[in-house]
Ligand binder design. Structure first.
Ligand SMILES: Cc1cc2nc3c(=O)[nH]c(=O)nc-3n(C[C@H](O)[C@H](O)[C@H](O)COP(=O)(O)O)c2cc1C
Length: 344
């Protein structure tokens, strides 16, 4: 799809999935689950953003292995079939309100804060900072267990009815720490080829989900630190995987791989990284960072700096952001029937 002719409300294809507009709610952990189960908070929170006109709603980081994968003990879980029922209710709450439904699946790695376990895992035994536990360096068996867990989690997500899954390979969680030279000091194959674990997960996930099931990856495309990853590193790591059609889109974030990265935030601050990556990739790239202004978001799409934008904290403030954006831009989009009179 040619992005220069698109606007914020032009439908976007991600693999076989068509999203009605270019507005994505990125995964945002609600820290509200008990024992990993979906509850009323999740149902209402996600339904509201769908009702508000968001094109793709991505459910927060959801753990693939008991507790070692949890960012906190209040995260959602997908490490057992018993979670499928609640997740499918969540899918229904999102889809029945007009949005496509995605879910981010995660292994927290060295940023696991669960108090239910005493060992945490990472490519190398380096703590995130002195407030976190020092992780155990993973063995091949540990790595195999993680790959298997992602595959099973992906299957459960498909079974629950999600339109797309997102592998969390950003923000210093497990996959991200393998990708970054700042946290991966291994001398084996997983150190020589830092994308090896990502590739192995994607290959197996693709195999079980089938070639048409949309798979998105989220990356920290820039580490904000000397010696860390840049967009160029990601182009090198991701191009061969894209060639093999192992993923259908990239959610382009930055940072949080180390706790001392020097981030310079401003409205749209991660868009330049998305724009740079997009020059090399064929799949759609989703960018954002502190976006609030519909005109700016629309301009980003029109200029082709991103194929879609993610609106995070602004959607927490205002679930109707997308509908209001359409009014601001003078673009005619359907409102929920009950809200038709608020259109003009
Ligand atoms: C409360 C909260 C929870 C978040 N949880 C996640 C998460 O589960 N997974 C993820 O990839 N990013 C997470 N993020 C980051 C957001 O997805 C997004 O990238 C970030 O907020 C920047 O976008 P914004 O400036 O539009 O908010 C979280 C952000 C917030 C504010």
């Amino acid at each position: 799809m040619k992005s220069e002719k698109s606007n914020l409300f032009t439908p976007l294809k991600i693999g076989s999935l068509e999203i009605k507009n270019r507005i994505v709610m990125p995964p945002m952990d609600q820290y509200s689950a008990e024992d990993g189960f979906v509850n009323d908070w999740h149902l209402q929170h996600y339904a509201a953003r769908a009702l508000g006109g968001t094109g793709l709603v991505i459910v927060e980081a959801t753990g693939v292995l008991p507790y070692v994968s949890s960012i906190t003990d209040e995260d959602l879980a997908i490490w057992d079939d018993k979670y499928i029922d609640g997740l499918s209710k969540l899918v229904n709450a999102i889809k029945s309100n007009g949005a496509a439904a995605g879910i981010q699946i995660v292994h927290a790695g060295r940023k696991c804060e669960s108090v239910k376990i005493d060992k945490i895992y990472a490519p190398s035994a380096i703590a995130f900072n002195d407030k976190y536990r020092t992780p155990v360096e993973m063995t091949q068996d540990d790595i195999n267990e993680v790959i298997d867990a992602f595959v099973k989690a992906a299957l459960r997500a498909k079974k629950a009815g999600f339109d797309i899954i997102e592998l969390h390979a950003a923000h210093g969680y497990l996959i991200s720490t393998f990708l970054s030279p700042l946290s991966n000091k291994r001398t084996d194959e997983y150190g020589k080829n830092r994308a090896k674990i990502l590739e192995e997960i994607l290959r197996k996930v693709r195999e079980v989900l089938g070639k048409d099931y949309p798979i998105q990856i989220r990356i920290s495309s820039y580490d904000w630190k000397e010696g860390g990853n840049t967009v160029k590193d990601f182009v090198e790591m991701l191009k061969p995987l894209e060639e093999d059609k192992l993923f259908d889109s990239i959610n382009v974030s930055t940072g949080a791989v180390t706790s001392d990265g020097k981030i310079i935030p401003y409205e749209g601050y991660q868009i330049p990284f998305c724009r740079e990556l997009k020059q090399y990739m064929k799949v759609p790239c989703i960018g954002g960072g502190l976006l609030t202004d519909p005109k700016m978001a629309n301009m980003i799409i029109r200029n082709g700096a991103a194929d879609a934008v993610y609106i995070g904290r602004e959607l927490l403030r205002n679930p109707y952001w997308a509908l209001q954006a359409a009014r601001t831009l003078g673009i005619d989009v359907p409102f929920p029937r009950q809200y038709e009179q608020a259109k003009r």
